[in-house]
Design a protein around this ligand. Structure first.
Ligand code: COA
Length: 176
């Protein structure tokens, strides 16, 4: 696999909005909402990453992409909690691999790099949620994350159905 993982700054996000948007459109086509309401337009998907770019400058968020040559084939972001007593905690969000590159280790490589970056941000706990019963719901357990359980009716799927979300965590350090 010739894929490399790299961090994007706000300027790089702005210059690659179309490719990033395509990842979100691919996710919706797979039935995964990634926090976004359907129907998701290209402009809506571009806006989601344009908004995300703001937190990058402030150091509150890291956006990692998987690159094959000059093509973006996947992405993931880590958001530090804004809660006063939760600054050691981060949410892993919007993991997505381009449809034609799934099943080749790109998602796993993004997750490994995200954990490494989270340590660099001095985070001690990561958490995430994903739609119950999906491929992603099995994927995180395979990577060693702990599945806490499911909150029913958490999100509206791209097809309009309500879905439960499974919640996961990964401890990066023991909390004193
Ligand atoms: C979930 C996702 C990010 C995984 O990325 P990926 O690059 O396909 O994952 P990997 O290739 O690293 O695969 C990891 C494991 O999942 C398996 N896998 C990957 N794609 C699969 C598929 N479509 N069906 C079944 N198993 C699959 C791999 O075989 C591998 O298992 P193994 O280590 O036992 O061989 C990707 O499928 C995706 O973008 N899905 C749509 C968006 C989404 O669900 N995001 C998560 C939101 S929380």
């Amino acid at each position: 696999m010739a894929v490399t993982i790299e961090e994007l700054d706000a300027a790089a996000v702005a210059s690659r909005l179309d490719e990033l948007a395509q990842l979100l459109l691919d996710a919706h086509a797979s039935g995964m909402a990634l926090g976004l309401q359907a129907p998701l337009s290209r402009d809506g998907a571009r806006a989601a990453y344009a908004d995300a770019a703001a937190g990058l400058a402030a150091g509150e968020r890291v956006l990692l992409v998987a690159r094959d040559g000059d093509e973006l084939v996947g992405a993931v972001q880590i958001d530090r909690s804004e809660t006063g007593n939760g600054r050691h905690r981060g949410e892993l969000r919007r993991l997505v691999v381009r449809t034609d590159r799934r099943g080749a280790g790109v998602g796993s490589a993004l997750m490994t790099a995200a954990v490494e970056h989270a340590r660099g941000m001095e985070l001690r706990l990561l958490w995430l949620s994903t739609h119950e019963g999906t491929h992603a719901d099995r994927f995180y357990e395979q990577l060693g994350w702990t599945r806490v359980g499911v909150i029913p009716d958490w999100a509206v799927l791209p097809n309009g159905d309500l879905a439960g979300n499974a919640f996961y965590f990964l401890r990066l350090a023991n909390i004193d």
